[in-house]
Ligand binder design. Structure first.
Ligand SMILES: *Cc1c(COP(=O)(O)O)cnc(C)c1O
Length: 463
């Protein structure tokens, strides 16, 4: 047992992993979306003592599959509507496999020429696809939370540099005041990001939102001095977009920075049918988005975009003797990370395979399925609480209690999976359609399952 590689060689092992992965993906659409109780009990198989000696890797792989696969949520299937999760396009998975085999460190071009080239190509394609300013820089991070934090750090340093304060050298102690403005319905991770970059979760000036969760531009404060305003493309419950043109002109009058949290909603820029939502969105200074949500790539994959590449470099550049000046985009000098995987691989592969119209279709299909499910809910007498402008639907039964029991019944049923939320003081079920593979049939199957659960809940209440 001294040489585990001799037991099952890499080739055999990788073939077996591919076989098991293929089987998993092939079965994802037909199985219950939530894991069964038995499969959760099966997780006990992982509770082993740390092995003393090496063993055949094939046994480890089969344990991972046998105990692990069944205890997953079928996110990659067509009827997972929780959070804003999305699935994985086959080309995203396939390129992730090959990319993992390469084991590239994308920190610097000198470490991975292919990562550097794919980064440059993806940056150009994103600018074109989303209609961003030609100067825009793109950097890959773990998700929208880190993309928000990265952009906010750069915004902070830019705004304070304008009043003569160098945050990177001097820190924030004793710095001139910097106002952060955000809507009442800003995503919780935006506040986490603000805390992380030292701007505080509670010292944010919160602007009231309207009934769809849009920041009320008419209530923006009359303030002077350094300011960052955080806006939202895609409210996590309703899918609503803030009124960007008014907010941007408010910020421009003050020399402020406009940051957009567009974790999923930014992709609406790719769909010509959503033009009315995204007006003014590309006039911001920075944007945070996810590729692992609506673009349907593997985890983890967030993208931060900045109009001004220098601003990103000012906040994240680092210097050491063994880091000579390099050609091209130096990821480690533009992100909080140093070593990093080449997330651009899957993003490149998906953009290349879908093309401009394919991304538009991906967005349009999710929105259409959301509409289809919403229509079925309304028709059957359930309440849809939001204007379904994107891929999000909020459903409520006649009382909070009934809605809560509906969510549990839907999750237990397993045809689809939806999570709970509270919207404007009311309990609701969130239906978030973000997967590439949700068909009309999946929407209808899911709607039928939800309605049958609603009947059971209502029968149990009247009994
Ligand atoms: C999901 C989400 C985030 C956080 O993204 P992660 O990828 O989970 O870090 C931020 N903002 C909004 C609007 C989101 O939907």
């Amino acid at each position: 047992m001294s040489d585990p590689a001799a037991l099952s060689g890499p080739d055999k092992l990788l073939a077996e992993a591919a076989l098991r992965g293929r089987r998993y993906v092939g079965e994802a659409a037909a199985r219950a979306v939530r894991p069964t109780t038995d499969s959760l009990t099966g997780l006990d198989r992982f509770d082993e003592p740390l092995p003393e000696r090496a063993s055949d890797p094939m046994l480890t792989l089969s344990l991972l599959d046998e105990a692990g696969s069944a205890a997953t949520f079928a996110n990659t299937g067509p009827r997972y509507f929780g959070f804003v999760t999305g699935g994985t396009l086959p080309i995203a998975l396939a390129s992730a496999w090959l990319g993992a085999a390469w084991d590239q460190n994308a920190a610097l071009p000198v470490m991975s020429p292919v990562a550097a080239r794919l980064h440059a190509v993806v940056r150009g394609w994103l600018i074109e696809l989303l209609g961003l300013p030609p100067s825009t820089v793109a950097a890959f991070v773990s998700g929208a939370t880190m993309a928000n934090a990265t952009a906010l750090a750069a915004a902070r340093d830019d705004q304070l540099a304008r009043v003569g304060w160098d945050v990177q050298r001097q820190g924030l102690f004793g710095a001139p005041p910097l106002t952060v403005v955000a809507g009442d319905k800003a995503h919780t991770t935006l506040l986490k990001a603000l805390g992380l970059v030292g701007l505080g979760r509670d010292r944010v000036h919160r602007v009231p939102a309207d009934d769809q969760g849009r920041l009320r531009a008419d209530l923006l404060p009359d303030i002077q001095g350094p300011v960052i305003v955080c806006v939202q493309a895609g409210e996590v419950n309703t899918g609503a977009f803030d009124p960007f043109p008014q907010i941007v002109s408010w910020a421009r009058e003050r020399g402020g920075w406009v940051h957009v949290d567009g974790a999923f909603g930014l992709w609406a820029l790719a769909d010509p049918a959503r033009r009315h939502l995204v007006q003014g969105l590309t006039d911001a200074d920075s944007w945070a988005t996810d590729a692992h949500k609506w673009l349907n790539v593997t985890y983890d994959s967030g993208i931060v975009l900045l109009r001004d590449a220098e601003a990103l470099h000012r906040s994240f550049g680092s210097v050491a003797g063994y880091l000579p000046p390099d050609e091209g985009f130096e990821a480690m000098h533009h992100t909080p990370q140093s070593s990093q995987r080449a997330r651009q691989i899957e993003v490149w592969a998906v953009l290349r395979c879908l093309g401009r119209t394919g991304v538009a279709d991906l967005v349009a299909n999710s929105c259409r399925q959301a509409q289809r499910i919403a229509a079925a809910m309304t028709q059957a007498g359930l309440h849809v609480l939001n204007d379904v402008v994107l891929n999000q639907v909020l459903v409520a039964a006649h009382s909070d209690d009934a809605t809560g029991r509906l969510v549990t019944a839907v999750q237990d049923d397993g045809t689809c999976w939806c999570g709970p939320t509270v919207w404007n003081g009311r309990v609701a079920m969130r239906i978030s359609v973000s997967g590439w593979n949700t068909t009309d049939e999946d929407a209808d199957l899911s709607a039928a399952a939800i309605l049958s659960c609603a009947e059971q809940v209502s029968a149990a209440t009247s009994a």
